[in-house]
Design a protein. Structure first.
Length: 306
């Protein structure tokens, strides 16, 4: 299946923005229970200056299930205004009730972002036919592009490759954030996907390996930290400098597990607060803060600016 080349940032299908490189699933800062928009804008400016190639607000890392509709709209508005078309913005819009996902998407359609990242339905554990119907209905309800997010670790359901490849036949389903947790499944997908269908790994520790097997990049929570190093790994792999990429990956290979040592995004927020990028490491319940032991480990591992 042929896909169209890179194009503009609008909300309608046509020439598609490229989905590759290092995309940031940006955290949502809070202070005293409210969204800290000052810190949020600081984060966007910081990571755009670092050179990330895409921004993904309202993902799990952004604690989207804890946000109300007004907060979601305000965050989308701030994001598209501040990014101003410099990189693609794909907004997290997903859930386990197809009708509600479509309603949420329609509330946000007026904002000029090109696509969404939509997670597989969680908790109710549909079969493969239900997954296919869910994403087909979403695709039929919007002109925006859709990246499917497969993360069985969180959803308790795995989108099989055969189902995903059928969904890839739908013109505005343009890629996947692959967090299957199964290297064999991920590598098979990279072999079997149609031309132009983007595969972005969401398994942070698998980033180097995925690139080596032809992945387009990664949507990586851990790229909040040592961002330049993630970008270097990607750039060296694109330049076919595998030895240089492997050397750059060595530092990250040891760091990434620490950033997921307790529930995401608690460790990230600790690091970001410590280095002055956000005012508070506060999360919304049921998430709290990391343990003193992990905090000390992270402080020792990241004594300087992340």
């Amino acid at each position: 299946m042929q896909r169209e080349d890179r194009g503009g940032m609008g909300g309608h299908l046509g020439a598609r923005p490229s989905i590759d490189g290092v995309w940031l699933p940006v955290v949502t800062p809070f202070v005293d229970g409210a969204v800290d928009f000052v810190s949020y804008e600081r984060l966007l400016a910081h990571y755009l200056a670092k050179g990330v190639t895409g921004i993904f607000p309202l993902g799990t890392t952004g604690e989207s299930p804890t946000l109300d509709d007004d907060e979601i709209e305000a965050l989308v508005d701030r994001t598209v205004t501040l990014v101003a078309g410099r990189v693609p913005v794909y907004v997290g819009i997903g859930g386990n009730a197809t009708k509600k996902v479509i309603a949420a998407m329609r509330r946000l359609e007026r904002y000029p972002f090109p696509g969404i990242v939509s997670v597989c339905p969680y908790y109710n554990r549909p079969g493969q036919d239900g997954l296919r119907e869910h994403f087909t209905a979403i695709a039929e309800a919007t002109a925006k592009r859709i990246v499917i997010y497969n993360i069985p670790y969180r959803t308790s359901i795995n989108l099989r490759n055969d189902t995903l490849l059928r969904l890839a036949e739908i013109p505005n389903i343009v890629g996947v954030k692959d967090s299957s947790g199964d290297p064999a499944q991920s590598l098979a997908l990279l072999r079997e996907r149609p031309k132009g269908f983007a595969v972005m790994t969401g398994d942070d520790g698998f980033f180097y390996t995925a690139l080596a097997h032809g992945a387009d990049g990664g949507i990586l929570a851990s790229s909040h930290v040592r961002t330049e190093r993630f970008l270097e790994v990607y750039a060296r792999m694109k330049a076919n400098d595998h030895e240089g990429a492997r050397a750059a990956w060595t530092e990250l290979d040891a760091l990434v597990p620490l950033l997921f040592g307790e529930a995401n995004p608690m460790p990230l927020k600790h690091v970001l607060q410590r280095h002055g990028l956000i005012k508070s490491a506060e999360c919304r319940r049921p998430l709290t803060r990391i343990s003193a032991a992990l905090a000390q480990t992270l402080d020792n591992a990241l004594p300087s600016t992340p």
